[in-house]
Design a protein around this ligand. Structure first.
Ligand code: PMV
Length: 321
């Protein structure tokens, strides 16, 4: 997993996985622990020489694409124009990491073309691009897209695992560790309501200025640490219970949505636990199926109007294909 991205000349293609947050979204922006799972839905980016920079054949789309523009400025200064073609199975603005996967696949491809890149440097570069494009946020999504599998950020519970890297933005710093895969299938479902991470993260910052803000953040931290310990001990029932507890805290933050609540309600009979995942106020839910009930859970979420996916961890992060 910590193998570097090798050197390869253009034309080339690279891919990176989407993600879902299991514990600690929003609190991680304020330095608290988070558990993120890279999921086996990918974005693939092909790079070849072009007459000018184009995204999927379109120069205007390329110019107005914030992530592509930032990535080209940061990682391709002085380079020849590129024809970039992106294909993704991750619904856009769903909270399932489509932008981080795009950035990680693109950065891996550009890194390969510039002689190869080690993963800690790639994780930092991807986070910097996402922060510049989005203005706010933590390195959880981009680190998951670069690392694959399960990762813990700023977590004492996960510090027994391999340390992958540290990532910084100004004076803020996050530490990323590998969390071993307990071997479970998860189900995620998109509400169809696009989320807006920047707006939601800023609203949460305001919410946390209220007198109970610090105590609320501490409860996020305790829940995430307990959740990571429960994953490490492969205790499905406890993970399910803690997913529900984390969702209650997210409701308290004000980032749920009636469509999210409807999907969580529909999932209940077939899930040990479930919660919104990502920024919220739209976006997606994640649920841990009861044993042997994966298909039933998928069906319930679809019947309730969601777009469900049964997912496994993506074993590798960003890679050349
Ligand atoms: O942008 P999303 O929906 O994948 O949300 C990511 C999780 C947040 O904690 C809300 C933001 C962040 O960058 O960590």
């Amino acid at each position: 997993v910590t193998d570097p991205i090798p050197a390869r000349p253009i034309p080339l293609a690279a891919r990176a996985p989407g993600k879902c947050v299991l514990f600690g979204e929003h609190a991680v922006v304020h330095g608290k622990p988070e558990l993120v799972l890279a999921i086996d839905l990918y974005t693939q980016v092909a790079l070849r020489p072009g007459p000018e920079l184009r995204l999927n054949g379109n120069p205007e789309v390329a110019r107005s694409h914030r992530y592509l523009s930032r990535a080209m400025a940061d990682l391709w200064a002085g380079g020849d124009p590129l024809d970039v073609v992106a294909v993704s199975r991750i619904p856009r603005a769903s909270g399932l990491g489509s932008s981080a996967a795009f950035v990680a696949a693109l950065a891996a491809g550009l890194g390969a073309a510039r002689g190869g890149r080690d993963r800690p440097a790639l994780a930092q570069a991807c986070f910097t691009i996402e922060r510049e494009a989005q203005g706010v946020g933590s390195p959880g999504d981009t680190s998951a897209a670069v690392a694959g599998g399960y990762i813990g950020l700023n977590s004492a519970a996960s510090s027994s695992g391999e340390k992958l890297w540290e990532v910084a933005a100004g004076t803020e710093r996050w530490t990323v560790h590998r969390v071993p895969d307990p071997g479970w299938v998860w189900v995620v479902a998109y509400t169809g309501v696009p989320k807006d991470t920047g707006t939601t993260v800023r609203a949460v910052r305001e919410r946390l200025r209220r007198p109970d803000g610090p105590a609320l953040l501490e409860r996020f931290a305790e829940t995430a640490e307990a959740g990571i310990r429960a994953v490490l001990s492969e205790d499905r029932d406890e993970v399910g219970r803690l997913l529900m507890a984390n969702h209650e805290l997210l409701r308290d933050l004000g980032v749920s949505h009636p469509r999210l609540e409807a999907l969580l309600e529909a999932a209940r009979p077939a899930a040990l636990g479930s919660k919104l995942t990502g920024a919220g106020a739209g976006g997606s839910v994640v649920a841990l199926p009861r044993p042997q009930m994966e298909i039933d859970l998928v069906r319930r979420l679809a019947r309730a109007g969601g777009v469900p996916y049964a997912v496994r961890p993506a074993p590798a992060g960003a890679e050349l294909v």
